[in-house]
Design a protein around this ligand. Structure first.
Ligand code: FES
Length: 353
């Protein structure tokens, strides 16, 4: 659900990144309650077309006793040809209003006792910053080890805020920073963190087998490398959570099944209301539903953000790419509507499940 929210502040973070802070009116605070690691989608019209982008919330999540956040803060990095990021960095100002979706996402760390670790690259620090600050503030028996990879110190987002966490919890927060394009002090890794380097580095800095939850976030290359490294080190998949922030164009890897080119029936339940519509020209489930229900949830349309997650109740689909759903979600029947095409004559999905 989108609501117009007023921008309270746009603050430079690095040469190519800003934070945007939104004010949340009192009557909407409960709806904008979020867990550490979640994101919001922002909607804007450019040249008559609607664009949506998702950005992770970077501040600590509100506690259960609080009514909900008064403010929401996200980090936005300039991306090449980025229609929203260029606007955010160059034009957006305090006092402007943007349509903001209520928080969503399953890359979540709920505070609990334990040992946690994250491997992040670039803007992948954003949700993890919220996770670290939330879990350390709320759970005295939690510790966190952060391995972050950035190009240069000057391009590192939230450099000072991460340093503040270190000052605040020197015994429970361990930080390892790797810069890929800059010489560093002796002893610190420099150069790109690939799977082999991570498999060597991680056991040297923490007892890998004792970590209760791993959080991987950033570009596809780094997240895949970290996942491979953890597999090599024998970490069970169930302990690994990941969120991809950026996918270079990769060829789709369709699963088996030929798409019904025309006329498959898509039945969908959304916000408690069901409808049934014909699909056209091999389009995705999301496109069929959106043509008839403009409130269908989506943001990236690229298989990355997970906003369009829906549960397949009957029929079969072909999902082109999936960088958002965990294996246990696909096993439970969840699919990404923006990437799924009907393979059977009738497909039934539930966006509320
Ligand atoms: S809209 Fe982002 S994964 Fe489908």
């Amino acid at each position: 659900m989108f609501h117009p929210l007023r921008v309270a502040e746009v603050r430079p973070l690095t040469d190519d990144a800003v934070t945007i802070t939104f004010e949340v009116p009192e009557d909407l605070r409960a709806q904008y309650r979020y867990a550490a690691g979640q994101h919001i989608a922002i909607r804007r019209r450019v040249d008559g077309a609607e664009i949506r982008r998702t950005y992770s919330l970077c501040d600590p999540a509100p506690g259960a006793a609080e009514p909900g956040p008064q403010r929401l803060r996200v980090g936005v990095r300039m991306v090449e040809d980025g229609a929203f990021s260029a606007y955010a960095l160059k034009e957006l100002a305090a006092g402007d209003t943007l349509d903001v979706m209520t928080p969503a996402g399953r890359f979540v760390l709920e505070p609990r006792p334990g040992r946690f670790a994250a491997v992040v690259g670039g803007s992948g620090i954003t949700p993890v910053l919220s996770q670290i600050a939330t879990v350390l503030a709320r759970e005295p028996k939690a510790s966190f080890c952060l391995v972050r990879s950035d190009r240069t110190a000057a391009s590192t987002m939230f450099l000072e805020e991460v340093a503040d966490l270190k000052d605040r919890w020197p015994d429970r927060f361990h930080l390892v920073s790797a810069l890929s394009r800059e010489e560093q002090q002796a002893g610190l890794p420099s150069g790109r963190l690939d799977a082999d380097r991570l498999a060597a580095l991680l056991p040297a800095i923490l007892p890998v087998g004792e970590v209760d939850g791993w959080y991987l976030c950033g570009p596809l290359g780094l997240v895949s490398s970290a996942e491979r490294a953890l597999r090599t080190l024998g970490v069970p998949r169930a302990k690994v959570h990941q969120e991809i922030f950026h996918v270079d164009e990769v060829p789709a890897t369709p699963s088996a099944g030929s798409v019904v080119p025309d006329g498959a029936t898509v039945r969908a339940t959304l916000d408690g209301r069901a409808g049934s519509w014909p699909s056209q020209g091999g389009e995705s489930l999301l496109e069929t539903v959106l043509r008839n229900r403009s409130d269908a949830p989506y943001a990236c349309k690229g298989g990355v953000c997970g906003t369009c997650r829906t549960k397949l109740l009957s029929g079969e689909v072909r999902m082109d790419r999936n960088f958002a759903l965990e294996p246990e979600e696909t096993e439970a029947g969840y699919v990404l509507a923006c990437q799924s095409h009907p393979v059977t004559a009738v497909v039934e999905v539930d966006f509320d499940a």
